[in-house]
Write a protein that binds this ligand. Structure first.
Ligand SMILES: CC(C)(COP(=O)(O)OP(=O)(O)OC[C@H]1O[C@@H](n2cnc3c(N)ncnc32)[C@H](O)[C@@H]1OP(=O)(O)O)[C@@H](O)C(=O)NCCC(=O)NCCS
Length: 182
């Protein structure tokens, strides 16, 4: 599937021309704070947009009324593939926070996952300090399954030491999805 539509959004593959909209938010420190990368330069963003246009795990989320790209959702099948598990992730432009757009977009990706891709289980992970993200996963009715203590690091401090972070694991299985949609 190349495009999905919700009440207010178009969710589609990335195109090379999207780089400026992507740069608008990936250039902000507050947006990448909990991501496994640092802020992007314009050149890096141009390359990233091309990479994303060739990677079906990345979905561009655009406002229907203006075509403005306001965020992205990552939806990737996990290994082993027989386990039919996908991971969801999301990053939005702060200008558009607080309107339910991320909830609306992610809900559509859950529909796509469970109803079109045949997902058995969809997971989402976040740093417990990132309450905007855990609130979103809870609005999606995903269930918190675990609180891992310092399982990973994305960044290092100025002395080169890892900045270990905690992680919540959220999940929803197909039976739960069917229960919610009945
Ligand atoms: C995580 C992130 C996408 C959440 O954004 P968000 O704007 O809080 O989420 P939504 O777009 O779903 O909006 C929800 C808010 O809009 C409100 N809202 C308004 N209309 C709404 C509607 N129709 N439906 C749902 N919520 C609505 C909700 O009450 C909620 O408000 P609150 O924050 O005061 O509780 C955003 O913070 C982000 O991109 N962060 C940076 C990247 C990041 O950390 N990603 C996650 C890494 S794990």
């Amino acid at each position: 599937m190349l495009e999905m539509e919700t009440e207010r959004l178009i969710i589609r593959r990335f195109k090379a021309e999207d780089w400026q909209d992507l740069f608008e938010y990936l250039s902000q420190e507050s947006v990448v704070k909990y991501e496994p990368y640092c802020v992007f330069t314009e050149d890096a963003c141009k390359k990233e947009t091309i990479n994303r246009s060739q990677n079906p795990a990345f979905w561009a989320v655009c406002l229907k009324e203006s075509n403005k790209l306001i965020g992205n959702i990552y939806f990737q099948q996990q290994e082993p593939r027989d386990f039919l598990t996908w991971e969801i992730g999301y990053v939005f432009n702060p200008k558009y926070y607080g309107n339910g757009y991320a909830t609306e977009g992610c809900k559509q990706i859950l529909i796509y996952g469970f109803e079109q891709q045949g997902a058995h289980r969809i997971i989402g992970k976040c740093n417990p300090l990132n309450t905007a993200s855990s609130n979103l996963l809870e609005r999606l009715k995903m269930r918190r399954e675990a609180h891992f203590t310092k399982p990973a690091f994305f960044k290092r401090d100025s002395d080169g030491n890892p900045i270990w972070h905690d992680a919540y694991l959220y999940a929803m299985v197909e039976e739960e999805w069917l229960g919610f949609t009945k």
